[in-house]
Ligand binder design. Sequence first.
Ligand SMILES: *Cc1c(COP(=O)(O)O)cnc(C)c1O
Length: 377
Amino acid sequence: MPIRKSAMVPKQVSSQNSTGSAAVERWIRPEIRRLDPYHVPDAGDLVKLDAMENPYSWPDSLVDAWLDVLRDVSFNRYPDPTAHKLKQRLCETFAIPGTMEVLLGNGSDELIQLILLAVSAPGRVVLAPEPTFSMYRLITATAGMEYVGVPLRDDFSLDADAMIEAIKVYQPAVVFLSYPNNPSGNLFDAGIMQMIIEASPGLVVVDEAYHAFSNATFVTRLEDHQNLLVLRTLSKMGLAGLRLGLLAGAPQWLGELNKIRLPYNINILVQVSAEFALGHQQIFDKQTGQICRDRDALLQVLHSLDGVSVFPSQANFILFRVPAGLATEIFESIKSRDVLIKNMHPVGGLLKDCLRVTIGKPDENLAFIEALKAALE
Ligand SMILES: *Cc1c(COP(=O)(O)O)cnc(C)c1O
């Protein structure tokens, strides 16, 4: 005997007002209604130095070879659900120990979501130093958990005592450590990170989105810590449009996470294109090497400017502080000179008076410096 669902629908949400705001308020969870959407400004024709992208494209010969590969793709078929060949290639490229399992995501953002959905339960806590990558907080809220941010020290280094104390008090299901940290650009002290891993009752995710620019990694420590997971992405090294992230860790954890991964989350275009691109790793190495040299040059120029204080960076961006109260004005002035960077000042806290610039091509970096100098005058 089928249940007559219509008989159970309360009067106030009749079909007439089910699209109205009352219905939205009734059904969309309050923690989601309270969120601000992830905002990506339209760069238009501006020099785009706001999103940690690699500014370089591929040589024509490489583009031709890639298009040849695409010609043979069977779009009528579902892709390999495990992306077996691509996984193998990534494990070689990233030197993932053979005893570890890996999971691929539609960007590393999807993997962050997967981890948090898997551990989500009311009252559970996700913990990270503050400020850090904003998606940790956003996805924690959508997964229905509490987020605890532990302030970094004034120089954006980890406050070991505060972190260990907070881990004791909150018993977080997951701790996120961005290594290097976005938006500050520095590498945290590896010894303190190790203490955090050892003090944590749950997972510790070391997010190495900027690994290509830092060469520091916790991948080599995966076998020492059962609760450690390492995140990588192809986005910052030069394939942001592709959307491919990788999570590495112990098979016991990843086997569970794999159960809630949607089948075919890595589409055929991504599988084929990423495999092709990783077969030409030397091009990305050359580009990221150039970006690192240009970063170091830009750091020096910024150091020499009166009124600007610069934070060290092991990533493809630089955080700097301008005279008190002027950040938004300086950001807008730089924009009026056709260069788009990121204004971190509205975030507040340690990011007060701070701006963040992504390393571009040498002429783009020069345009930025000229615009900044003009704005400071
Ligand atoms: C950019 C960024 C990511 C997101 O990478 P996608 O793979 O493009 O989703 C993850 N973590 C940090 C710290 C980032 O800065």
